[in-house]
Design a protein around this ligand. Structure first.
Ligand SMILES: [Zn+2]
Length: 200
């Protein structure tokens, strides 16, 4: 089952950018792809895709049953993480709304197990909704990882892929400015093409 899902993701975009394995928040930021030819791919496009994305990163158990509202929350957190990464890479102040969103996601957990009272059997405790609890926990983990990433020594290695139209971020190793060999090849080809045209 999983290998099929993975091949679908592989078709949709390049392999994980450097740093994604260590930082799920970076993987989250890179889950909406701008591809050559004006194509886009959203690895969180449907609730099923979003659930698979979480399962692959041990952020949710198989069969969570993610609803569209949960997938929307995940996509919304992605936009805030992207905004903060872009601010960091550009050495610009962060948008206050993005900071608030990250801090809200981090502090919303743990979901309290509420006190409930059954007319016949008396008091008991239960989490409001298991799926909500799973999703809030995943959002909190991703938000905390974003906060770690932005404040860790790795933050100085953050970069935006320098191969248009790619919109991915990466943690740079050495001087490499692109997220994948595919992007590097495309950037080199574009440079060669520009040189050829300039000499014509
Ligand atoms: Zn790239």
């Amino acid at each position: 089952m999983r290998s099929m899902e993975e091949s679908v993701i592989e078709e949709a975009g390049p392999p994980p950018a450097p740093g994604e394995a260590e930082h799920p928040a970076l993987a989250l930021a890179n889950s909406a792809l701008a591809l050559p030819g004006g194509h886009t791919a959203d690895l969180l496009g449907t609730p099923a895709q979003a659930e698979q994305w979480l399962v692959q990163r041990d952020l949710a158990p198989e069969g969570t049953g993610l609803a569209e509202v949960c997938a929307t929350q995940l996509r919304s957190l992605r936009e805030q993480v992207r905004s903060l990464l872009a601010s960091r890479v550009a050495d610009q102040p962060a948008l206050p709304a993005a900071l608030t969103a990250i801090n809200d996601a981090m502090t919303r957990v743990p979901t309290a197990s509420l006190l409930l009272w059954d007319e016949k059997t008396g008091p008991y405790r239960a989490t409001p909704h298991p799926t909500t609890a799973i999703v809030e926990h995943a959002l909190a983990t991703l938000a905390a990882d974003a906060a770690d990433l932005l404040t860790s020594p790795d933050a100085t290695r953050l970069a935006a892929c320098a191969s248009p139209p790619c919109n991915r971020f990466l943690a740079r190793h050495g001087r490499r400015q692109w997220c994948s060999t595919r992007c590097g090849d495309r950037a080199r080809a574009a440079r060669a093409y520009a040189r050829r045209n300039a000499t014509d």
